[in-house]
Design a protein around this ligand. Structure first.
Ligand code: ZN
Length: 329
């Protein structure tokens, strides 16, 4: 049987990109299916379940994109949901993987703030790729040691909400306006725990999920975006019922049912609060009230600092069809 040819376009997350791209080698592409099974590195053709990519070609290199194509056996092709491209593999640095799910096309949004209607469209697009739900038990926030020292010395031990930066969608009504504290909640599917790596600093504040998210808080959908890599981010806002943050969000953002939504849920089972998060998107949770450090613990992580995953003031990829909506045309 003749192997079909698949052409995939993906964007490089760094520039200058040619430096990175020329290091892309035959070993740099892995395939992955919905259950997280990976193919062998493409240089090793032993894996039976998933086909092995070969004849990899890079072309059309510009400063923010390149075209990558490869051949592969059509066997089991339908099971493939992710392509992992490891740009650092040949240099043998710390693993730095970018996964890509779809081909990109031109797709623009206008410069105006999104209305609730637009945000609901964005929400629906995010629901499509959110994936299955995994259990979580804590929210966490990584920072440098100096940040926590500063909070202890100058803010009476309480982390204070600050104005959200301009990362994410151009039309986001919360950028530069909403005040809150960013938390993560994703877990690793193999351990059920937060990853040991973080782009935001070696110290981690960890807090039991029920202290931030419970029936006394409202949950809102804030944004859905990616940044020239295939990781997709969903911003959610948790606001104590009736707080200033809650009032702000109620007017601007789609509200989610805390027990039943595709991203982050809180429900009671046998008198215990149980939490779940979507596996296939990175959730950025903004909590709108101050949080005292005494409600959780601060400890150093053992993993790496992955700068590539930082979203601070990052610009959204306007050409990604997965997370852009067409506005005002
Ligand atoms: Zn996207």
């Amino acid at each position: 049987m003749e192997a079909p040819r698949l052409a995939h376009t993906m964007s490089s997350p760094t520039s200058p990109c040619e430096e990175v791209i020329k290091n892309l080698s035959l070993e740099a592409i892995q395939l992955c299916d919905r259950d997280g099974n990976k193919s062998q590195d493409s240089g090793i053709a032993e894996m039976e379940e998933l086909p092995v990519p070969h004849n990899i070609k890079i072309s059309n290199i510009t400063c923010d994109s390149f075209k990558i194509s490869w051949d592969m056996d059509s066997k089991s092709k339908d099971r493939i949901t992710h392509y992992f491209i490891d740009l650092n593999k040949k240099e043998n640095k710390n693993s730095n993987k970018f996964k890509h799910k779809t081909m990109s096309n031109r797709y623009w949004a206008s410069g105006k703030d999104y209305s609730k209607v637009h945000l609901t469209q964005l929400l629906e697009k995010a629901e499509v790729i959110a994936g299955r739900m995994l259990k979580l038990s804590v929210f966490y926030r990584n920072q440098h040691k100096e940040y926590f020292d500063y909070i202890r010395e100058h803010h009476g031990n309480a982390m204070q909400p600050s104005v959200k930066d301009n990362s994410g969608s151009h039309g986001s009504p919360i950028s530069g306006k909403l005040e809150g504290i960013f938390f993560s909640c994703n877990t690793e599917f193999n351990t059920g725990k937060p990853p040991q790596d973080s782009p935001y600093g070696r110290y981690r504040f960890e807090i039991a999920a029920e202290k931030l998210f419970n029936p006394n808080t409202n949950l809102y959908f804030g944004d859905f975006y990616c940044m020239y890599t295939a990781y997709h981010y969903v911003i959610l806002v948790i606001a104590p019922v009736g707080s200033p943050g809650d009032e702000f969000c109620k007017q601007r953002l789609p509200q989610l049912n805390i027990k039943d939504n595709k991203f982050l849920t809180c429900d009671e089972e046998d008198g215990v609060m149980v939490y779940h998060h979507a596996q296939d998107v990175i959730l950025e949770v903004i909590y709108t009230d101050p949080v005292d450090l005494s409600l959780g613990t601060v400890a150093e992580i053992t993993g790496h600092q992955l700068m590539s995953l930082s979203t601070a003031n990052a610009k959204k990829d306007p050409s990604c069809k997965t997370c852009n909506i067409s506005v005002g045309r």
